[in-house]
Design a binder for this molecule. Structure first.
Ligand SMILES: NC(=O)c1ccc[n+]([C@@H]2O[C@H](COP(=O)([O-])OP(=O)(O)OC[C@H]3O[C@@H](n4cnc5c(N)ncnc54)[C@H](O)[C@@H]3O)[C@@H](O)[C@H]2O)c1
Ligand SMILES: [Fe+2]
Length: 378
């Protein structure tokens, strides 16, 4: 059976890669870009670093810093307005997955007049978007190399998933130096998210030889370096390994898909305003325990790459070592949780991701899994 593997045509990676931002914008023929970022990146001076690299290459910069964590349709429309008012010919996103996803959405909205929700799902955009250079500052989502973007519809409390070649960046600049300042909690949550991308890509029904290689490498790199990156944030070697792993995990899942953990995490995050990384991390061990029996060899190999024998134990250990809290301690009131279980299970199934899981889950089984995770105390 044949398979297809897509990735951005240009990927600069490794310490110092940010210096390639200006030359890459030139290579793509960009003259004036919308720099999409968030207030945190502006405050930390990271957005300015990107701006000076671009200006040194004679590329004009218009800053849009109106992205909130888990970007919304309103964020996208606000960015689009600035892009059009200023006549930008491309975009640069600097930040975590939120600014990168928001920039992807602005880029495709510019070339598609219809409302964005009409394109949710797989390969629904008929045209490419404006060119985008993605510069991640978290070692997590892999969005810089994926064809995926996630935008929240706040009216319906739904995180919409879009997977399309039109959502691939024209170039990715992956510089681990940008992640040195990540606080501990963020390092942990986005790191476990990246590990989940790799694990779900590896056990996905759509796994392929090329994604297997990347997924196994990512599992190894993240499992062996995340604890050090968490405890000693200034350790460039550990940060570099985790960032490389996160990028490889992105390439893997973008082509092999994620599965049940991501399917269940999106509604949980949307209903209780949990960050993407945390909603993934709290679900990962229990959902893996559920799925394990349908792909025992694959899960055993993943455990081996983590330096352990039992995958569920390895994941619980890692969560504990990097301080991932339990769901019940994350401001998720029991009554509201119970009342939203059926909606969350329906939204999880509707996203399509669970269909790629090695073990198929019914709505009832998903509800039971949510309950099991909520009952976890230690
Ligand atoms: N497109 C994809 O393939 C894909 C995959 C997974 C997740 N996502 C999406 O990505 C989003 C989450 O992205 P994220 O987890 O990277 O976080 P984020 O972009 O939401 O950032 C969270 C916070 O961390 C701050 N931050 C970012 N980098 C920092 C740094 N180096 N130092 C200090 N603070 C920093 C930001 O300013 C922000 O306040 C979600 O919307 C999720 O759905 C997308
Ligand atoms: Fe994720």
């Amino acid at each position: 059976m044949s398979a297809i593997f897509r990735s951005p045509p240009i990927i600069h990676y490794g310490a110092g890669a940010l210096e390639q931002l200006g030359p890459t914008a030139r290579e793509l023929g960009l003259r004036q870009v919308l720099l999409v970022t968030d207030p945190g990146m502006v405050q930390l001076g990271v957005a300015d670093k990107a701006r000076s690299q671009l200006e040194a290459a004679a590329v004009c910069v218009v800053v849009f810093d109106g992205v909130q964590p888990d970007p919304t349709l309103a964020n996208v429309e606000a960015g689009l307005t600035v892009l059009r008012q200023q006549g930008c010919d491309g975009l640069v996103a600097i930040g975590g997955g939120s600014p990168i996803d928001c920039a992807k959405a602005i880029a495709v909205r510019h070339t598609h007049p219809e409302p964005l929700p009409e394109f949710a799902g797989v390969e629904k955009f008929p045209r490419p978007g404006l060119p985008l250079i993605a510069v991640p500052t978290t070692a997590g989502t892999g969005s810089e190399v994926t064809r995926v973007m996630v935008i929240t519809d706040t009216d319906r409390d739904v995180k919409m998933m879009f997977a399309s070649r039109s959502c691939l960046a024209a170039a990715a600049i992956v510089d681990p130096v940008l992640t040195l300042g990540m606080p501990k909690g963020l390092t942990a949550a986005v790191g476990v998210d990246a590990l989940t991308h790799a694990l779900e890509a590896y056990v996905s029904r759509r796994a392929q030889p090329q994604t297997d290689l990347l997924a196994l490498s990512a599992i190894r790199l993240i499992a062996h370096n995340l604890r050090t990156a968490y405890h000693d944030g200034s350790n460039l070697e550990a940060r570099s390994a985790v960032m490389l792993g996160a990028m490889q995990a992105g390439l893997a899942f973008s082509n092999a898909s994620v599965a049940l953990v991501h399917g269940m995490a999106r509604p949980l995050g949307a209903c209780f305003h949990l960050t993407h990384g945390l909603s993934i991390a709290v679900l990962l061990p229990a959902v893996t325990e559920f799925s394990q029996s349908s792909a025992p060899e694959r899960y055993a190999r993943a455990a081996f790459e983590m330096g352990q024998q039992d995958i569920v134990g390895a994941l619980r250990h890692l969560n504990r070592d990097v301080g991932i809290p339990k769901l019940r301690n994350l401001n998720v009131p029991a009554e509201r949780f119970e009342s939203l279980l059926d909606k969350m299970a329906a939204d999880a199934l509707a996203s399509g991701s669970p269909a790629n899981n090695p073990r198929q889950a019914s709505a009832e089984e998903i509800v039971a899994l949510y309950r099991r995770v909520y009952a976890e105390t230690a």
